[in-house]
Design a binder for this molecule. Structure first.
Ligand code: TYM
Length: 329
């Protein structure tokens, strides 16, 4: 255990997770947990950087933990916890914020995109990447598996760590993003130039892990394609078909080449039907385990253990930072 590299990642409980989250994040975690000392948490404090109803948030948190486990995240191989149950994250974040520049946060792509959508955006949306840096740096994380959209946030965490180390002496491990080649970005079915997102305005563009089979089928069958009539991976000219190929690949583990060959003589309709069938089979296995877990005591036990273990570790880093900064009596 001790010699393994440490890996940490988080997901926001902002909605029922999508196939994009599964393919982009959770699926990799299931593979990595065999290799790394793994931490996985619910980024619920990140979720309040955008408007969210308290009741919904509460439901989403529990649901997400159940989904993690249902998707194969093994509590015996991971520390699974809720960010807000570990007060050191916010405390460490504040100390890091005071060592982060306004300018560098202003350049974050996600901030620019999200702040455009809501004129009354909060300061929390602006400092979001620093809290994320705290999540990562507290545990001396080596590797952070994320989708490509979060790469910039891991890079800024590294910059903040490096700056802190130079200013106050060795304190943090410099983390690296871990972006698997298979961790393809799954795009919106209706607008394949946009990533599939839990918070998408158009429900037809997304597949949620817990969606009914009919909804999944309907959404895939009505996915945007093109008029080229060939099943070919070409993101530039065939973004819709390429997205469906990625989805098919993620649920069958066939390579893109194998998929192109398999469907070389197929019509779009036939291909879509096959994609829908395979997605439905994959997700039904996950759903079954989810419903077993959601109201079980097992889930609370997992979270209690995760909270206790991570608070202990986080406290040490927190005290060390305070001392280095001079926050001492
Ligand atoms: P969240 O919940 O928005 O996204 C969770 C993970 O899913 C990836 N992802 C996707 N990957 C491929 N295709 C998609 N359509 C897609 N949509 C989402 C994201 O890249 C991410 O890896 N900021 C993080 C949460 C976080 C975190 C952390 C992660 C907070 N602190 C510390 C790692 C380490 C986020 O965006 O979550």
């Amino acid at each position: 255990m001790e010699n393994k590299k440490r890996m940490l990642t988080g997901l926001q409980p902002t909605g029922v997770i999508t196939l994009g989250n599964y393919v982009g994040a959770i699926k990799q975690m299931v593979e990595y947990q065999e290799k790394y000392d793994s931490y996985i948490f619910i980024a619920d404090m990140h979720a309040i950087t955008m408007p969210i109803e308290p009741k919904k948030l509460k439901e989403n948190i529990r649901s997400l933990v159940a989904l993690y486990v249902a998707c194969g995240i093994d509590p015996n191989k991971n520390k699974i916890f809720i960010q807000s149950e570990n007060e050191y994250h916010a405390n460490v974040s504040w100390m890091l914020e005071c060592n982060t520049y306004f300018g560098e946060l202003s350049r974050m792509t996600q901030f620019k995109e999200k702040s455009k959508k809501n004129a009354n955006f909060s300061c929390g949306l602006f400092t979001y990447p620093v809290l994320m840096a705290a999540d990562i740096l507290i545990y001396d994380t080596d590797l952070v598996p994320v989708g490509i959209d979060q790469k910039q946030h891991v890079e800024i965490a590294r910059d903040i760590a490096d700056r802190f180390n130079k200013k106050y002496g060795e304190t943090f491990v410099l983390p690296e993003p871990l972006i698997s080649e298979q961790a393809t970005k799954i795009m919106d079915l209706q607008d394949p130039t946009k990533k599939m997102s839990k918070s998408s305005e158009n429900p037809k563009g997304i597949i949620r892990i817990l969606d009914d089979a009919e909804v999944i089928r309907k959404n895939i069958m009505s996915a945007t394609t093109d008029s080229l009539a060939q099943i070919k991976f070409d993101k530039e000219n065939q973004p819709g078909i390429s997205n469906l190929i990625n989805i098919y690949s993620a649920v069958t583990d066939l390579s893109i080449k194998e998929i192109e060959n398999k469907f070389a003589n197929s019509q779009y309709g036939e291909f879509k039907k096959e994609v829908a069938d395979k997605v439905i089979i994959k997700l039904s296995e996950i759903k079954e385990r989810y419903y077993e877990l959601i109201s079980s005591k097992e889930l609370d036990k997992i979270l209690d253990e995760g909270r206790d273990a991570t608070r202990k570790i986080a406290k040490i880093k927190y005290e060390k930072m305070k001392e280095k900064i001079g926050l001492i009596r």
